[in-house]
Design a binder for this molecule. Sequence first.
Ligand code: SF4
Ligand code: SF4
Length: 210
Amino acid sequence: MLPESLQHAADRYIELEREIDRLVPQACYQACRECEGKCCRAGMANQTIRTWWLREISVRVHGTWWPGDWEGRAGCVALTERGCLLTAGRPINCRIWYCQPWLDACRGPWEALFCAFLCELLPRTVRLGPQLSLLDLTEADGPRHARLIARRIEDAHELLGRARTLVDDAADEGMRLRVAFELVLGNPGMLQPALCERLLADLCGPQARR
Ligand code: SF4
Ligand code: SF4
């Protein structure tokens, strides 16, 4: 059970995960269905079970969802016939989808950039400082960082609000460019090679692909 000082932050983290899920383009979900979840592997959900923050978040929404024999299971214990059961507290690595089917499913460069941003948002949010990760905190030391945790989560909501300009039909190209520069300058790591290739192909034509 999370202490009082972290209850609101936990709810806001859950909202952030839900908002990300809502904003993922439907075509990307379709790509996952066709791919049949091949990136779901044994042991992936163990990060949630073993990590204080993710475990608390997942329990808040799903109760105690993992089986008693989770350490001996062959596949991922969160994988069901309907896909991943973890809508909250999903392992951070399972929120990063820089795969070709996703990039191919995106309609144009702005949507591809937006998807790359969605992939980076939670990894960036759990980084509380150069040497401090929310994923390394324990039940004992988490409350000491309550204000910092809350601020990181609110910053992520604000950033997500601005990033939505990239896929807002009412936004003009100038607004999108400004937001794109801001996002990339704030997090150059989102420019993964596959995304760069996709952007080059969209902006300069397929011959730009290496
Ligand atoms: S994220 Fe990519 S690799 Fe994983 S299931 Fe979806 S399309 Fe397949
Ligand atoms: S936790 Fe969910 S998304 Fe991650 S591998 Fe397991 S079923 Fe797949």
